[in-house]
Write a protein that binds this ligand. Structure first.
Ligand code: ARG
Length: 578
């Protein structure tokens, strides 16, 4: 596709004298009009003519040039103010289908990112609390953005900004001091710590002294003294991380850097000084704040230091931001964090703006909606928590049941359990990325796991089916490379729309990365699978004339590659049978 676009842009450039890099091609509103469209409005000023006249004039000029090679013809058609282009069907099929299969896993890879750093703050659960479904969304979204940027030639850096600091650790330490002996923290740390945390809040209501103990403990922690409090905190951190890692492993997610809030501890003072130095801080009731009402009327100030001298979530995030900028000079710094923290990120950006740092726009809050399970919202305080590992387990269980029903032989085979894991986890991941990220995700088990409709299993199943066609071709000796027949591209004339869709995969990745919106890709994959399945329902692939079979198998193979690659970008496995 890229090749055709480049040829078209070069031709327009030489006919008009405008730099090819400035020419944008669009997708015609109606696919029957052509494969690319060039809006002539943009030339009206320079050429001092009406767009339709420009289109007509250019069509004549360009057809002479683009039609010169009859085997590689691109036809230019003026349609009102638009100039549409239609690529020769055989060349299109050959370029797109062989382009995808030859590139394989690298289809869509470019170096346009120029190795620039993209920092992705993702997952970031809190120590001593269960990783909840919000962290799951952050992990899944962040990992997809990571892979897409990597494909585009950027250097992504994932950072797990673990919540391992803050006044809640004072509370936990106080709770462990009092009642630690009653819980088996080692055996199953997260539920035990969660219970202690809930108990602290229950009992603190009746006994305010508890709050004071907690504050004292956190003060000691922040003072840097390496005593009992710090030892307990360190133990909490290690136990929690070990638990989180189990989930990351299941999702196939790794981090370049695991830097909890505590990592920035020795950078807090210099961070405060850096902000102070620009003269934007002020005293308010004994606390240090940055007033942000000049950014937006009524916006709450950013609180950097409390009256008692302790720092806050925002202080540590400011330290992290400066540290990241100093270390990576990032092109983008993406915070994949729930939309409930909108204000927090506005405040961080507000401080940067007040400091007049020109890299402020590179800091982006990639906000997402809630994930809700039937039964409502989830909260740690009330102890009403759905454990993430339970969600994954349940999905895998249900997937196993679906597979046993649809394909009992497979379910009973050696890799039945593995495929159930891939389908179950894949269903959750896909469901999470399916809609615009800002929307809430609601869970309906039967919906999420269905092999039909807009689901991960549907896409996985479509992929498995393409694999099965290729396996049958191998068995009948018709596979590409076996039959030796040259493809007769006219046999895929009716699949032009599908071929164009396959050709648009690289652009889909590009916009998904630019918008930090993996749903562009999930929606693309759903559409692609619908198209390929309906084409297949009407076209016989195997047992046709060798040239016909070769062309159609090339289409099947390219579709297989694109679906597999797309799923891989999302972090969803693509089993070859289901
Ligand atoms: N630990 C926080 C939470 O669970 C999320 C942290 C997001 N990242 C950040 N740099 N603030 O709510």
């Amino acid at each position: 596709m890229q090749r055709f676009a480049t040829r078209i842009r070069t031709a327009i450039a030489s006919a008009t004298g405008i730099d090819a890099a400035e020419l944008r091609l669009e997708r015609p509103r109606d696919a029957s009009l052509g494969d690319f469209a060039f809006p002539c409005f943009v030339l009206a000023k320079q050429l001092k003519a009406a767009p339709p006249a420009i289109a007509a004039d250019l069509a004549d000029k360009l057809n002479a040039e683009l039609g010169s090679d009859p085997s590689d013809r691109i036809e230019a058609i003026a349609t009102g103010p638009y100039l549409n282009f239609k690529v020769d069907g055989a060349r299109l099929a050959e370029a797109v289908l062989f382009g995808a299969t030859t590139a394989g896993a690298d289809y869509g890879r470019t170096d346009e990112g120029g190795g620039k750093n993209i920092v992705i703050d993702m997952s970031s659960p809190n120590i001593a609390k269960p990783m909840h479904v919000g962290h799951l969304r952050s992990t899944i979204l962040g990992a997809a953005l990571y892979r897409m940027h990597e494909l585009l030639g950027y250097r992504p850096v994932s950072i797990n900004h673990i919540g391992d600091w803050g006044s809640q650790f004072g509370k936990l330490v106080a709770a462990i001091d009092r009642w630690g002996g009653e819980y088996d923290i080692q055996a199953d740390p997260i539920p035990a710590l969660l219970a202690l945390y809930v108990r602290f809040h229950d009992e603190a209501e009746a006994e305010p002294a508890l709050e004071e103990e907690a504050r004292a403990a956190f003060r000691e922690l922040e003072s840097g003294v390496d005593g009992q409090v710090r030892a307990t905190w360190r133990q909490l951190t290690e136990l929690s991380l070990a638990e989180f890692n189990k989930t990351y492993e299941r999702l196939g997610v790794e981090f370049d850097l695991v830097r909890g809030e505590a990592w920035y501890e020795d950078k807090l003072q210099s961070t405060l000084e850096r902000i102070e130095a620009t003269g934007v801080t002020e005293e308010s009731d004994g606390a240090r704040i940055v007033d942000l009402t000049s950014i937006r009327k009524k916006m709450a100030p950013c609180l950097l230091k409390k009256t008692d001298g302790t720092t806050l979530y925002a202080t540590r995030d400011m330290a992290a931001l400066f540290s990241r900028w100093d270390e990576f000079a990032f092109e983008r710094c993406l915070y994949v964090v729930g939309s409930d923290q909108k204000l927090h990120f506005e405040q961080l950006k507000g401080v940067l703006k007040r400091m007049q740092l020109d890299w402020e726009p590179r800091v982006e809050h990639v906000a997402f909606g809630m994930m809700r399970l039937p039964g409502g919202k989830l909260s740690t305080r009330a102890g009403k928590v759905v454990f993430l590992s339970d969600v994954l387990d349940r999905a895998v269980e249900e997937a196993a049941a679906v597979i046993a029903d649809k394909n009992p032989d497979l379910a009973a085979s050696d890799h039945g359990a593995e495929i159930a894991e891939q389908v179950g986890v894949g269903a959750i991941v896909f469901n999470d990325l399916k809609r615009e990220r800002i929307k809430d995700v609601v869970f309906q088990w039967d919906e999420v796991l269905s092999f039909e409709g807009e689901t991960g299993p549907y896409v996985q199943y479509s992929h498995a089916r393409l694999c099965s066609i290729l396996r049958k071709a191998e068995a009948s000796g018709e596979a590409p490379g076996q039959s030796g027949a040259a493809p007769d591209w006219s046999a895929v004339d009716d699949a032009r729309g599908l071929i164009l869709t396959l050709g648009r995969y690289p652009d889909t990745i590009r916009t998904a990365a630019a918008d930090a919106e993996p749903s562009h890709l999930t929606q693309y994959l759903l559409g692609l699978c619908r198209e390929v399945n309906s084409w297949y329902a009407n076209s016989r692939v195997l047992g046709e004339a060798p040239g016909t079979t070769a062309a159609r198998l090339a289409l099947v193979d390219a579709a297989r590659v694109v679906v597999r690659n797309g799923l891989a970008m999302l972090g969803v496995a693509a089993p070859t049978e289901m």
